[in-house]
Design a protein around this ligand. Structure first.
Ligand code: HEM
Length: 341
């Protein structure tokens, strides 16, 4: 994402990494190490000396050296960051600046022969394939998938429930990798009692369509998709047990059923849920400091007379942040019964 976001190449992604449970050996190369140590360390990770040079060039088209980290490399204490080249983009600028000896790159020390990297096409191709190999350097007992190149054809949004005026409502959506304007999608569901909905399920048509905005990666691949949003009203007594979708291209082709391989998308429990529509996260700014507040509304099944509820919330905090405009967000949980429901 970072490389593509700065105008660099697409790097194929393979899934399957495992979480590290402890720190690995310190292998980040240090500028004071000699050439033989670098060559040995890159060799150890499967890279030839030529690939090592290219990889350093590819890596050093972005960013720079921080004076606080390396005062012996960036000696002027007034400089915060000395960039490796003169452009902020992921581009070849680092190469000619280096070869013509106009580099401001503080790590540059002598002549080199990386001329094939002067060509932008070759630069992108070399960097993409070396980055892919670098990212895929994993322990021998970890197996990665083949690169994931295509987005999934159908993606189901997590359903969100609300309870209002005696009914349950469920909001969800189906993303379809298709821009056929005549395509229609139906949401279907079965109830918990098994007798409320007709045999082939209760159903609801989608509520219009929305264009899906992709990240830079999707834009580079030229993919387009439509999102079919649903806001289903569900009988609160019989509730819902599972749901699925039927996609009709309306072009004479067969209906496509998106039902999780036949199992449907199962609603595991409907007795306690966060009412997302009534909950909110908001931040309050005071003197450049932001405090975050969370107002959670939780629906609990039952008549309410004897029901009590407690909520545990986990909010990832920005610990050790160096950005002075943020403090650690904290939450306030306000428990109150909603009168009408
Ligand atoms: C012999 C090999 C290398 C040496 C000696 C080296 C050295 C350095 C040093 C001293 C810095 C400055 C860090 C700081 O100020 O905190 C740096 C930054 C950086 N290096 Fe390397 N590096 C090497 C290889 C690589 C490789 C292989 C990559 C990626 C493929 C890479 C990517 C980067 C990036 C992106 C930055 C900028 C970080 C920032 O701006 O915050 N480097 N490198």
């Amino acid at each position: 994402m970072a490389v593509a976001g700065c105008g660099g190449p697409f790097i194929p992604f393979s899934a399957g990494r495992v979480d590290a449970t402890e720190a690995g050996p310190p292998t980040v190369p240090e500028p004071q190490q000699d050439l033989a140590s670098h060559t040995e360390s890159f060799h150890h990770q499967g890279f030839t000396p030529t690939e090592m040079i290219a990889l350093i060039v590819c890596g050093h088209t972005l960013g720079g050296v921080r004076q606080v980290d390396f005062p012996l490399v960036v000696t002027d204490s007034a400089t915060v960051l000395q960039t490796f080249d003169m452009t902020p983009a992921f581009d070849t600028a680092v190469v000619p600046e280096y070869l013509q000896n106009t580099a401001q790159n503080p790590l540059v020390v002598g002549p080199n022969v990386t001329t094939s990297l002067l060509s932008p096409a070759n630069f992108n191709q070399t960097c993409s394939s070396l980055f892919e190999r670098m990212l895929n350097t994993i322990p021998s007992n970890v197996n990665l998938t083949n690169p994931i190149t295509e987005p999934f054809n159908y993606v189901v949004a997590d359903p969100q429930f609300a309870y209002r005026d005696g009914s349950l409502s469920m909001a969800t959506a189906l993303r379809v990798m298709n821009d056929n304007p005549s395509c229609t999608v139906t949401l279907q569901w079965t109830d918990q009692q098994g007798s409320f909905c007709p045999p082939n399920g209760c159903s609801q048509q989608s509520n219009g369509t929305q264009n899906v905005l992709f990240t830079i990666i999707g834009k580079m691949q030229g993919v387009t998709a439509l999102r079919y949003p649903f806001n289903a009203t569900i009988n609160a007594t019989s509730s819902i047990s599972k749901f699925w979708f039927e996609v009709n291209e309306n072009d004479g082709s067969e209906l496509i059923v998106i039902d999780n391989g036949g199992a449907g998308f199962v609603i595991e429990q409907d007795s306690v849920f966060i009412d997302v529509g009534r909950s909110a996260i908001f931040s309050v700014e005071s003197g450049g400091i932001f405090d975050e507040f969370v107002n959670l509304v939780v629906a609990v099944q039952g008549d309410g007379a004897s029901t009590s509820a407690s909520v545990t919330s986990f909010i990832p905090t920005l610990l050790n942040t160096t950005n002075p405009s943020f403090t650690d967000p904290f939450s306030t949980l306000m428990m109150r019964r909603l009168p009408s429901d």
